[in-house]
Design a protein around this ligand. Structure first.
Ligand SMILES: C[S@@+](CC[C@H](N)C(=O)[O-])C[C@H]1O[C@@H](n2cnc3c(N)ncnc32)[C@H](O)[C@@H]1O
Length: 450
């Protein structure tokens, strides 16, 4: 662990071994990720502000994934995402002297530091700098592939480079609600099948980062489905909605009012928001932007999940072929798409899974008044509602919020209250500069009407 890092717990804070060794050791032995790189190295780690782009994961998550991987002495293992080298060292220990570990890291500065760490620890896995999405054919075939960055689409290269019977474990992170661990087994026909045994959430692989979303004119309507029910649904529902709609989510809660966004990760101008305010019964305001009715799709996917008997995430699975990935329910023949399809014997039969089509949404009335002010958790300023940063558990200062009329990850990435000290304009510019690095510079949408 470097002497200066950032503990990714609430509140996020810098840990410095020289100035506060007790806190540094406490954080290192706590079950939280420790951030070791910010903004792909563009922001100083000692500042503690920015998007986490490399971090040894929480020890509990690491052991969960290693349990699923089931590494044995003598195995040849590919790791994607070397980071600090910590898990590469654990893997090297597990495979022993008769095995081999190849670890690939996209960021050359991170890889260089890992080489130094591993050298000091007396461990010598093969370290490669490159895009792990391509695997590393030079070390194939592998018995195990261990992926330590978030994956939305599983690259077929990993399946191709794994021997039949071999196992691939990765965090599947479509980012709709809770993310999931995925354990795939490769079969002799060059296909991988597997299930989602539990929770795992990692920062996304560089090449799979999502597009920043943008504002746009939308359509107001109402929905009969309370977005709070969707947001609080179990992981099986989130998995099904992600697989069916391909959307990701983001939620904000303030004074008992919850707004849930569904966002097309690949098309910045397509998103929807639905609001559940205290006193709302049976009708919830929605706002849909772009040429896709995303909230209607989420509603339909949720209803179908209910009609299937609310299956838990362990009943879902994935198949990966050279043509891509497919998520299924119970058996690989029941593929989740916009409709549940049976693919037995090459035929495709469509089952509507017994759910009614979503009712057309009525038009909404005039806009609602601004939401009530509440003091900032950090500075006590009254202004606009505080904003939570989903990645960093940072509460943004409402003053910054009020000043810029911008909310969410942009200000969160600048460290909430500290964004004011740094200057909100700087936050905005920083965010815009990094648009290609998945900073979400999200103009606040028009208030949702009831
Ligand atoms: C959560 S960290 C990995 C933690 C690491 N296993 C450890 O023990 O410290 C994710 C790492 O994946 C790397 N990464 C992101 N995209 C990648 C890619 N396409 N290929 C290889 N590494 C990638 C990041 O630079 C980051 O260092």
């Amino acid at each position: 662990m470097p002497p200066i890092a950032v503990a990714d717990e609430s509140p996020r804070h810098v840990i410095d071994r020289d100035t506060d060794p007790d806190e540094w050791w406490r954080a290192v032995y706590t079950n939280v990720p420790i951030i070791t790189q910010l903004d792909d190295g563009a922001s100083p780690i000692a500042g503690g502000i920015g998007r986490a782009t490399s971090s040894p994961s929480a020890p509990g998550t690491v052991t969960d994934l290693l349990d699923l991987l089931d590494v044995r002495p003598g195995h040849h293992v590919l790791e994607v995402g070397t980071g600090t080298g910590w898990t590469a060292a654990l893997l090297a220990h597990l495979v022993g002297e008769t095995g081999a570990v190849t670890s690939i890291e996209v960021d050359s500065a991170v890889a260089e530091r890992a080489a130094k760490n591993l050298g000091e620890a007396g461990v010598q896995p093969r370290l490669v700098v490159g895009d792990g999405a391509n695997g590393h054919p030079g070390g194939a075939p592998y018995d195990r592939v261990h992926v330590t960055c978030g994956i939305r689409r599983v690259p077929y290269a990993w399946v191709k480079q794994t021997r039949p019977g071999g196992v691939i474990v990765l965090p599947w992170c479509p980012e709709f609600g809770e993310d999931h661990s995925l354990r795939l087994v490769v079969t002799s026909d060059g296909i991988a099948h597997g299930r989602f045994p539990g929770y795992a959430s990692y920062t996304l692989m560089r090449s799979q980062r999502v597009q920043p979303w943008r504002t746009g004119d939308g359509t107001r309507a109402t929905s009969q489905l309370d977005p709070r029910i969707v947001w609080q649904a179990p992981p099986g529902a989130h998995l099904a909605i992600a697989a069916i709609t391909g959307s990701r989510s983001y939620a904000e809660e303030d004074d008992g009012e919850l707004t849930l966004w569904a966002i097309d990760p690949d098309t910045p101008g397509r998103w929807a928001a639905a609001r559940s305010a205290p006193g709302d019964v049976g009708e919830f305001a929605t706002y849909q932007v772009g040429d896709r009715p995303l909230w209607d799709e989420v509603t339909d996917a949720y209803r179908r999940w209910v009609a299937w008997g609310e299956p838990g995430r362990d009943r879902f699975g994935m198949t990966v072929t050279p043509d891509g990935q497919q998520v299924w329910l119970d058996t690989p023949q029941q593929v989740l798409a916009r409709e549940l399809r049976s693919t037995a014997a090459g035929a495709v039969h469509v089952h509507r899974a017994g759910t009614p089509a979503a009712r057309p949404l009525p038009r909404a009335g005039p806009g609602s008044p601004p939401r009530p002010a509440r003091p900032c958790a950090e500075c006590g300023t009254r202004g606009y509602p505080a904003v939570s940063h989903p990645d960093q558990s940072v509460t943004s200062c409402p003053y910054a919020f009020a000043e810029t009329r911008y909310s969410g990850w942009c200000i969160g990435a600048m460290g909430g209250h500290r964004a004011i000290e740094a200057g909100v304009e700087q936050a905005r510019v920083a965010c815009e500069d990094r648009a290609d690095q998945n900073f979400l510079f999200r103009p606040r949408p028009a208030p949702l009407s009831k």
